[in-house]
Design a protein around this ligand. Structure first.
Ligand SMILES: [Zn+2]
Ligand SMILES: [Zn+2]
Length: 238
């Protein structure tokens, strides 16, 4: 079965995420676009994932808990997990490895926490939009130990990407996926990196950015149990 996905979506917890990126708006937009699975990947936080999971619980949409982590090399890496507890384990480590600075919302923007009714129930006080002290090698190892997957984000971009900052994908970096931005020609990256799987996601900061059914992934029994169970329950997938 093919799964239509968008594995890079920000909520209002990301300072650059639009305040319309609330749990209900995101889930409903993804459903309108007939996506099967989305990942919530805020900058260095998992604060809104629980509410998004609650909103999507009785829908056909699979929510993948994730986070977009900025490494010490100042590029972005998408991390994805099977469940929220794993994502929170990484959250604890990331918070410990972020500089202890306060967010300056007039410069960076708000970092809003929503409940499942889209009420604002809090604000993250610490600065999220900055590099952690985790190198990409450390991050890959930590995510693997927790049981998730991670891969460099938007490698085609001129900023905050592994290619812009390191000049290449280090051959000894133990990753199987690479993310490209929504307007890239996927085939050219497939040809350029034949040993990697190319993931194309939106990096949505606004509701309208969320992908249509354009990125697909084949799902099989090796995929996380949670996806399979939910898809079976909702769609009678055998
Ligand atoms: Zn990014
Ligand atoms: Zn992003």
């Amino acid at each position: 079965m093919k799964l239509a996905y968008d594995f890079h979506i920000h909520t209002g917890a990301s300072p650059c995420g639009d305040e319309s990126m609330t749990p209900n708006n995101i889930v409903n937009m993804a459903l309108l676009k007939e996506l099967d699975a989305i990942a919530i990947t805020d900058h260095n936080t998992t604060a809104n994932i629980k509410s998004v999971l609650e909103v999507a619980r009785d829908t056909s949409l699979v929510i993948i808990p994730g986070m977009e982590v900025e490494t010490s090399e100042e590029f972005h890496v998408i991390t994805l997990f099977e469940d929220i507890e794993q994502a929170r384990q990484l959250q604890d480590i990331v918070y410990d490895k972020l500089p202890k600075l306060k967010n300056r919302r007039y410069i960076f923007g708000n970092q809003l926490i929503y409940n499942s009714q889209d009420d604002i129930v809090g604000e993250i006080d610490r600065l999220l939009l900055t590099a952690t002290m985790l190198s990409v090698y450390e991050l890959v190892e930590i995510v693997r130990e927790i049981g998730g997957v991670c891969y460099p984000a938007h490698i085609d971009r001129q900023s905050y990407s592994i290619i812009s900052n390191l000049g290449l994908i280090p051959p000894d970096l133990d990753i199987v996926n690479l993310e490209i931005s929504r307007y890239c020609q996927k085939n050219s990256y497939i040809n350029k990196y034949p040993s990697k799987r190319i993931i194309q996601s939106s990096d949505a900061h606004y509701l309208g950015d969320i992908l249509e059914r354009v990125s697909y992934m084949e799902i099989d029994k090796n995929k996380p149990k949670y996806w399979i169970e939910k898809l079976k329950r909702i769609k009678n997938v055998s």
